[in-house]
Write a protein that binds this ligand. Structure first.
Ligand SMILES: Nc1ncnc2c1ncn2[C@@H]1O[C@H](COP(=O)(O)OP(=O)(O)OP(=O)(O)O)[C@@H](O)[C@H]1O
Ligand SMILES: Nc1ncnc2c1ncn2[C@@H]1O[C@H](COP(=O)(O)OP(=O)(O)OP(=O)(O)O)[C@@H](O)[C@H]1O
Ligand SMILES: [Mg+2]
Ligand SMILES: [Mg+2]
Lengths: 160, 165, 160, 165
């Protein structure tokens, strides 16, 4: 079990470094066991160095940088064992336009392997989707689904 | 495609029976604040067997039943069904299509159904065991929780253990 | 001291109810002392009822609804004792377009009493401002200020 | 207008001396992720006497000194100045303009200055006492902390006490 953990951990570590570099366009990131002698109980520290900056503990990074690091880790674990479907709720909330582009670029790579349900308020994220599920509350407090055609062609068919 | 549809009835703000067809690729769920998007995520966790009310933003389990509005009375039962495709034999069963349903009445325990036959929570868990659905590290990422992935506490890095398990 | 607390609390309570109604366009909200007999040590519960919905504990509200309730409380306290300047860092992150409009509408009411520094990625929030301070990192890891004219007229003057 | 300008030098990512003129009304601070916007907020908290490194997203106080990049060496001192207008006699002093400055060298304690005369932290606190600046409930709202206002724990509702105080 320690052995399986170490193999998985090694893979996640490697994927994390590479997905970080793709999302940040450079730099590097590392996972580090707090207690390498007690692998199954140890915490894991995360160090990140955005391009041009210094390697530091992620607690010093900005809100958006932390979100992007978390997304790198999410996809790193995902590559080890992709789940058939994945639901992500507003994980792009802290990202600026450029980083939203980076995020949806990486998401596109996984879209053929799994189904993704992405909840988002961001226009860029939403227009990159292959289908749209609109939720409204025409009647206060009661949710209703509307199907929306992409390219701003709302046909408001109600699924009920 | 594995997930074909999600059907909600009486679950949180989904007072009316609502069937959500899911296609391949990336589906964006959109709508104004408070319209019910995160409730859909809660419904998926719930039907997969979520036992922690806190993880469902509720205090007791019956809080997931439609509580009524100024115009409508509360309902007494909540039900969520997941329709799954088994063409690739991902699930350890014969059928090519699987329906998993969970239902709760006020003041009662949850009931589970697999293809409409009564089942136990452990049957649902066994059905999904090793498919990577739901319990897999970060396959369901709640609103506001993205930062928690970065916690270095051992108990928060469940992902490594579940992957290795 | 208990008496001053109770007076302040009563004012905040009243302001909170009214700012909630303005931001949500209706409904109602209440502050409630958990332990009314031990006023100075008691926790305070917040109940909110968005228009048409039921009065409930705020833990059941959505991410955006919670942000708007927090903004209502922030302004409620603010009205009791306005501070000369106020710095708000991305408090609009979870709000949809309509609610951003509500937020900046209320902000405008206080703009003549105090100076506000609002950090935001949202175009609607940013274009409602009376002046713009742009921060960039031309050189990796080194922050620099750029003055930007509103109405998308970037003149990139560097304050250094 | 009370706040005229903020000047940062060697504070976090502000390696070069940077003076930010603040006008009346609503100023929007914009820029890409990680460019330094929240660092400006940290600078304001810091010069007003913030003692908790956690509230500054730092582990030790000298973490606020520019730590260097791949191209530049680290600096050894951080300094932040606030320029305030006293025309309305908000502050208990004679001058119509007040400069508050905080400086820290590596391996040393913070130094404070009021109009360039050395001062103690308690002098700075007395200067701002009863003006509603900084310590006033929610006059400085950090990124990601808006949800914390809604906590019902007594210790989190400091706002009521500080208003009543
Ligand atoms: N049992 C229930 N009965 C009726 N309504 C409920 C129930 N539980 C939750 N709700 C309502 O559902 C709404 C929240 O829905 P949800 O969290 O899905 O919103 P959202 O679309 O994700 O919004 P946001 O964009 O702000 O995150 C709340 O207004 C809440 O009152
Ligand atoms: N002592 C320091 N020396 C050099 N750089 C530092 C120091 N402390 C913090 N930084 C850098 O400042 C950056 C964070 O800046 P800040 O939090 O202000 O970003 P931001 O503009 O608010 O971004 P976001 O939009 O993502 O919230 C980080 O990249 C961090 O590496
Ligand atoms: Mg939500
Ligand atoms: Mg920030």
């Amino acid at each position: 079990s320690t052995r399986r953990f170490e193999e998985t951990y090694a893979q996640v570590k490697k994927n994390f470094h590479s997905s970080f570099r793709v999302l940040f366009g450079g730099g590097r990131a590392e996972l580090k066991l707090v207690d390498p002698d007690s692998v199954l109980e140890s915490g894991i520290d995360i160090l990140a160095q955005p391009p041009g900056k210094k390697l530091e503990h992620i607690s010093l990074l900005s809100g958006g940088e932390r979100s992007l690091v978390a997304i790198a880790l999410l996809f790193a674990v995902y590559r080890v064992k992709p789940s058939p479907f994945c639901v992500l709720d507003e994980i792009d909330a802290a990202l600026d336009d450029k980083n939203i582009g980076q995020f949806i670029g990486m998401l596109a790579e996984f879209a053929d392997k799994s189904q993704f349900l992405i909840i988002s308020h961001n226009k860029k994220t939403v227009t990159s989707a292959t289908s749209l599920l609109g939720v409204t509350m025409e009647e206060s407090g009661v949710s209703k689904l509307v199907t929306i055609k992409l390219k701003n062609q709302e046909d408001a068919k109600v699924h009920a | 495609m594995i997930l074909k549809s999600i059907e909600l009835f009486g679950f949180k703000s989904f007072a009316d029976r609502t069937k959500i067809e899911i296609r391949d690729g990336i589906s964006a769920i959109i709508g104004p604040n408070g319209c019910g998007k995160s409730n859909i995520l809660d419904a998926i966790k719930w039907v997969l067997g979520e036992q922690s009310t806190r993880n469902l933003r509720a205090e007791k389990m019956e809080d997931v039943i439609f509580a009524g509005t100024e115009q409508r009375k509360a309902l007494n039962v909540a039900e969520v069904s997941l329709m799954l495709c088994n063409d690739d034999n991902l699930f350890p069963v014969e059928m090519s299509e699987i329906q998993v349903k969970r239902r709760i009445y006020r003041n009662a325990e949850s009931e589970y159904f697999i293809n409409n036959a009564p089942a136990k929570l452990k049957d649902v868990r066994e059905l999904f065991f090793d498919t990577g659905i739901g319990k897999t590290a970060y396959s369901i990422m709640e609103q506001g929780k993205i930062d928690a992935i970065l916690s270095n506490k051992p108990e928060d890095r469940r992902f490594i253990f579940e992957e290795a398990a």
